[in-house]
Design a protein around this ligand. Structure first.
Ligand code: UDP
Length: 469
């Protein structure tokens, strides 16, 4: 019946391109494969130029709407980003309720989806009478397992996680050493810890949780979470969802890609720390000297050191404030000119990873970066910074074996050794390269029609659209 409106999904995006990109990708997939339309609801605090341009590039089936600004000025200076996002969401519940009522009137609204810091918005969905409430979890099943267990861990683990004598063992998961446990859980006196416990408890109100991961990269927790258990929401691994290569003519020529065109196949290590990551000045220096010492070709996205501009600043608008080149060792750019390219602030990461000259990725292990690397079959050197990145690094290096982790001391020799091993090593490096090739295949198979991820999403859409009233 052509007169029936398409099913519509409202999606709440908490701040950060790392949340927006996969959620937008999910919306696009719902549109292209399932004939749905979607509205992305964003917070006023992240109305950056980068975000606006991104939202403007989405297809007509995916619209967006910004929530009105809320006052956060009473929060202490230096509040954790997780606290800011959680507070902004909780304080937006009244406005969100109004918008969802509106969408119920004007569209065939079948479900509400909030991302990982947005669970408080379920109160708005309930008040607006939206029957189906889902979480979209943009990171992985290991982190999800931790958050689902957090209310009970909060009661049973005395002291700080970083002081645990034994690694944290959770069902199906790679044991996580205490200091590698999710950063916002590392100081129980910080309000962001309480927020995370709150979110973990709140996830149980979800009808189901959609996760941007796939079984092959973390088979242990996938097996556990796929089994229905009383009191646990159903979990659907629907990944890897990464930004489809835009390749539009609007991009213009890119010096990185032109440079890569001139390099031999699989010879370059790409070095980047996500949309907000920056190193302390001393580590930035060791990394420069380590890359030089490795003798490998490299493409490095440099940012001003983190002790100069807060991580939060970078995170919220993705542009370095100062000239990052000023922090490189004397003569470094000249000495490495024949083998390396250093670009400030930003590179088209997906195109770089997809390029045939790229053979390795030194990454902060942000989950989007990890998925992009796996989709394009690029083995990783893990150099985690914050959020869940240390946990991701542990799981990738000690678990599935898709990365080699740079030792904590971060000296130039150790950096050079890890880079060389991933690019050319015969032992551990060869095993990592083989594993990544295997995961690349598994990821592609899952997304194909009838594959595990495609089937999981189809099952969710079926739930959304059958038995509507
Ligand atoms: N990104 C990019 N160019 C850059 C840095 C980041 O295109 O120079 C993209 C990257 O491809 C990924 C996202 O920004 O999609 C970063 O997300 P991730 O989860 O890896 O890290 P976060 O930015 O959340 O720390």
């Amino acid at each position: 019946n052509g007169s029936v409106a398409p099913p519509h999904v409202a999606m709440l995006v908490t701040p950060g391109m790392g949340h927006l990109i996969p959620l937008a990708e999910l919306a696009k997939r719902l549109a292209s494969r399932h004939g749905a339309t979607a509205t992305l609801l964003t917070f006023a605090s992240t109305a950056s130029a980068t975000q606006r341009a991104f939202l403007a590039s989405l297809p007509p089936a995916v619209s967006s709407r910004a929530l009105p600004p809320v006052d956060l000025s009473d929060l202490p200076r230096g509040a954790a980003i997780e606290t800011l996002m959680s507070e902004e969401c909780a304080r937006s519940v009244p406005a969100l309720t109004g918008i969802l009522r509106d969408l119920r009137r004007t569209t065939r609204l079948v479900a509400f989806v909030a991302d990982l810091f947005g669970a408080d918005s379920f109160d708005a969905a309930r008040a607006a009478g939206v029957a189906r409430r889902y979480i979209f979890f943009p990171t992985n099943l290991h982190v999800l397992t931790l958050l689902l267990h957090l209310p009970e861990l909060d009661a049973s683990v005395p002291g700080e996680f970083r002081d645990l004598a034994e690694p944290l063992r959770l069902p199906g998961c790679v044991p996580i050493p205490g200091p590698d446990v999710l950063m916002p859980l590392q100081d129980k006196s910080n309000p962001c810890y309480k927020w995370m416990v709150h979110h973990g408890a709140k996830y149980r109100e979800a009808d189901a949780i959609l996760v941007n991961s796939f079984d092959a990269v973390e088979p242990g927790p996938a097996k556990i979470l796929r089994q229905p258990a009383p009191g646990n929401p159903a979990v659907f691994p629907i990944g890897p969802l990464i930004q489809a290569d835009r390749g539009g003519s609007d991009d213009g020529p890119c010096p990185c890609l032109e440079w890569l065109d001139r390099q031999p196949a699989r010879s370059v290590i790409f070095v980047s720390f996500g949309s907000g990551g920056a190193l302390p000045a001393e580590q930035m220096r060791e990394l420069a000297l380590g890359l030089e010492l490795s003798g490998q070709r490299f493409l490095w996205v440099v940012r001003s050191p983190s002790d100069e501009g807060a991580v939060n600043d970078n995170y919220y608008d993705a542009e370095s404030k100062k000239d990052p080149f000023a922090y490189l060792p004397e003569g470094f750019v000249e000495r490495t000119r024949a083998v390396g390219l250093v670009v400030p602030s930003w590179a088209p990461q997906i195109k770089v990873l997809a390029h045939g000259a790229t053979g390795g990725f030194l990454t902060h292990c942000g989950w989007n970066s990890v998925l992009e690397s796996l989709v394009y079959g690029v083995p990783m050197v893990a150099w985690p910074l914050y959020a869940e990145q240390r946990q991701n690094a542990a799981m990738l290096s000690e678990g599935v074996g898709a990365a080699i982790r740079v030792p904590e001391s971060k000296g130039r020799e150790k950096i050079a050794a890890a880079v060389r091993e991933v690019m050319q090593g015969e032992g551990r490096g060869a095993a990592v390269r083989a594993k990544v090739a295997e995961l690349q295949k598994a990821a592609a198979e899952g997304l194909r029609e009838g594959g595990a991820a495609a089937a999981a999403l189809a099952e969710v859409v079926e739930k959304w659209t059958c038995g509507e009233n």
